[in-house]
Design a protein around this ligand. Structure first.
Ligand SMILES: *Cc1c(COP(=O)(O)O)cnc(C)c1O
Length: 394
């Protein structure tokens, strides 16, 4: 009996999903650095362009290496279709703009990755799309924001940089009752700990730049969902506006997926330990970590996530204390990326959320003393010492 990859466990999917070997029998996925593809005849070219015959046409439309990445990620997520993009932002941009026309309305959680917030607050309105931000944790707020022309909900859960969690199944029901689609940015949860499609989301987006590469090398993104939705809402935008992922980056990301579960589970173990350590320190006024029972939405997390992830956030007294903390770190870098093998910490107030008006930052609960830490793969003991030193200095 031939193996069906859908019967494989997570670890096998990550290593072997989507593998399409050439006649050479290579073990590592082949890297196809080719822009276009030759047809055997004029008739074959005609059939391929007509969609009557499968096959590749041009790198902007698809590529064998990129497709291996797409197929592996789709298998991992349990999605019918995955389309890779050049970055996470290309994925978010296409995921939203494919669902709306001028005159439509989008509702989004108010705490979002900075560029995602810009797309909703500044970019979509330029094309006549109305947008509303809501408290992402409150289903009543989503329901109240619905208008007759609402076509899409965007939520990041857990959300950057406060780690607020949205009850995805409940918000999906509200979206569907309104005739809207729910798009979930699943970066912080990772495909290991949360499966939004099984909770009712219509579309999942990733910045593959984060945990999927996981080693700080390339940008990438992905849009996942039902085959019909991707075909109808995204295929033409992806073909004609050019956010295609480079096959080289797809190849790097395929290597990243092989070790995703090993890395994320180790990072999560260390993050849990550091979160407890920070919570016990008198300098920390508040710690938010999705794996701690004192997370404000611990019950929602228990229902929809199977792990706390690698990001810990905490509030020190003020900006000066947060900066003293960052400047005292000797192992952990000061950087705004996340999901990397190297630990890094950032001060969202002056970096990732800098462009938000101060009143908006305070409204979403972001304070000048807030620090976000992405826990890497270094020894937990070494990181604990680094964090203890920095907290003492704060
Ligand atoms: C990083 C990130 C993005 C953007 O991804 P890029 O690959 O940097 O374009 C979008 N959403 C979230 C939650 C992110 O962390």
């Amino acid at each position: 009996m031939a193996e069906d990859p859908k019967d494989w466990q997570l670890e096998t999917r990550l290593v072997r999903g989507g593998m399409a070997r050439t006649a050479y029998g290579e073990i590592s996925e082949a890297l196809f650095l080719t822009q276009s593809f030759a047809y055997e005849s004029a008739e074959a070219a005609n059939a391929r362009f007509a969609g009557d015959e499968p096959g590749f046409i041009y790198q902007r439309f698809g590529n064998p290496t990129t497709q291996m990445f797409e197929d592996r990620l789709a298998l991992l997520e349990g999605a019918e279709t995955c389309r890779a993009t050049a970055s996470g932002m290309a994925a978010v941009q296409v995921a939203l703009s494919g669902l709306v026309r001028a005159g439509d309305h989008v509702v989004a959680g108010r705490a979002l990755f900075g560029s995602c917030r810009w797309i909703v607050a500044d970019w979509l309105p330029r094309f006549g799309v109305e947008t509303t931000f809501v408290d992402p944790t409150d289903p009543a707020a989503w329901r109240a924001a619905v208008r007759p022309n609402t076509k899409a909900f965007l939520v990041e859960s857990p959300a950057n940089p406060l780690l607020e969690v949205t009850p995805i199944a409940e918000v999906a029901e509200i979206a569907h009752a309104a005739g809207a689609k729910l798009v979930v940015d699943n970066v912080f949860a990772t495909p290991i700990y949360q499966k939004p499609l099984t909770l009712g989301a219509d579309v999942v987006v990733y910045s593959a730049t984060k945990h999927i590469d996981g080693q700080g090398r390339v940008l990438g993104g992905a849009i996942l969902g039902g085959a019909k939705l991707i075909e109808e809402s995204y295929k033409d935008i992806l073909r004609h506006t050019g956010p295609a992922l480079s096959p080289f980056n797809a190849w790097v990301l395929l290597k990243g997926l092989e070790t995703l579960e090993l890395r994320v589970t180790r990072q999560t173990q260390t993050a849990g330990r550091l979160a407890d350590q920070i919570a016990d320190h008198p300098k920390a006024k508040k710690v938010v970590y999705c794996g701690r029972p004192d997370h404000p939405q611990a019950n929602v997390i228990a229902a929809q996530m199977s792990g706390g992830g690698n990001v810990v956030a905490f509030d020190l007294d003020d900006q000066a204390a947060a900066w003293r903390f960052l400047n005292a770190l000797e192992i952990c870098d000061i950087s705004n990326n996340l999901g990397d093998a190297k630990s890094m910490a950032t001060h969202p107030w002056t970096t990732t959320n800098r462009s938000m008006p101060e009143a908006d930052k305070l409204e979403i609960g972001l304070t000048p003393g807030w620090v976000r830490m992405s826990v890497g793969l270094e020894s937990a003991e070494d990181l604990a010492r680094d964090v203890a030193r920095a907290l003492d200095a704060a």
